[in-house]
Design a protein around this ligand. Sequence first.
Ligand code: EPZ
Length: 422
Amino acid sequence: MDKFVIDGGNRLEGVVRISGSKNASLPMMAASLLTDETCVVGNVPPLADIRTMSMILAELGVSVERTNPTTIECRPGDATAVTARYELVSRMRASFCVLGPLVAKRKKARVSLPGGCVIGLRPIDLHIKGLRSLGARVYVEHGYVVAEADRLKGAEIYLGGAFGSSVTGTANVMMAATLAEGRTVVENAACEPEIQDLAEFLNAMGARISGIGTPRLTIEGVEELGGCRYDVIPDRIEAGTFLVAGAMTRGDLRLVDARLDHLHAVVDSLRRIGVHVYREGGEVRVEAPERPSPIDVTTLPYPGFPTDLQAQFMALLSLADGISVVTEKIYPDRFMHVAELNRMAANIRKEGATTIIMGVPELSGAQVMASDLRASAALVLAGLVAKGRTEVRRVYHIDRGYEKVEEKLRAVGAKIQRLPDE
Ligand code: EPZ
């Protein structure tokens, strides 16, 4: 296991290239189960989660090969296996995205229930409801969700839950519906850019999906899908994390391959606290001349403020000149970073799904523990500006979602090293 050792205090300045989106790549890889032809996917980041999905697909007869540093080829072979094992699914919940493609194409899917998750309860009822509406018989047996159907049938499906739409739930149902007989209309579909990208990818395979980017998706089922070549969108959460890094270190960063149009809520919040974010040529530039002002932020489904940037924003607001309030409306328990940030002399109090952040003038380096992917990113950001040395342990969490984060940060002036942890 590795740890990051960070000596805080350096202003970040320079150019950062944003990698392809992890959360768009993963369901596309699962979608390769829908065809007998090869899918070539570009701009796929070399991350631990991508390797986990490759292992799952290998067991399902699809070989995934990296043909260059950013391109993968998903080549289908033996199409008889239908099981995604607990050992792999429990490592990464996005594995559950193979459920829809498997039942649509192979008539049966057996996918382990993912189990506990550090960011809180993560039910899968909407995935099951959607597939049942398409006519699949779905039941739980020995810790596995089993779905069976000779041929799925198009249906009208309302896919909203207590916390709004579901990203991977929409992915599962949309993928399954591409091969269903007739028309499917999904109401309250997730509008996240990763879902839009998946829909475009499926259309490149020959699917007929319209309403992309809106809460109503219409999918005209087709008899079969073919292979395709497709480039994944840039990772908006990585881009947002670097925007926050620029803001926290009062730096001047230029992001290459970042999509500002996927980050409206984040950019709006940054501007409101005094951070300059703007397009310059093909790049996105962030400059932060002063200590940030406080602000209230509530996470919401897209186009609202993303839960995947809540922890990083909290690290930033812990240095604001006043009191901020951050409310989590997607995962009410996603606050594992609060106690760790407080170990670094932040002053954050949690009341249910809301946190009150009393801004402090500076953070203090400490030994802290990464608990999940985005919480780890928040601790690294805090370490960049904290006085003295910060050690972030269990960085395998961050490796799941950020490509070479320490190299990217070092290249713009951070003092961060990866060392083996005893
Ligand atoms: C996706 O998870 C992302 N993962 C998450 O990113 C992200 O935090 C989340 O969407 C929200 O944006 C991938 O794309 C691989 P949801 P997903 O279903 O699809 C509730 C990261 O850090 N819900 O959209 O699992 C759920 O409890 C990860 O990269 C139901 O009630 O999230 C939550 O409150 C972590 N029933 C809300 O909906 C269901 O059947 C949204 O969850 C499904 C979800």
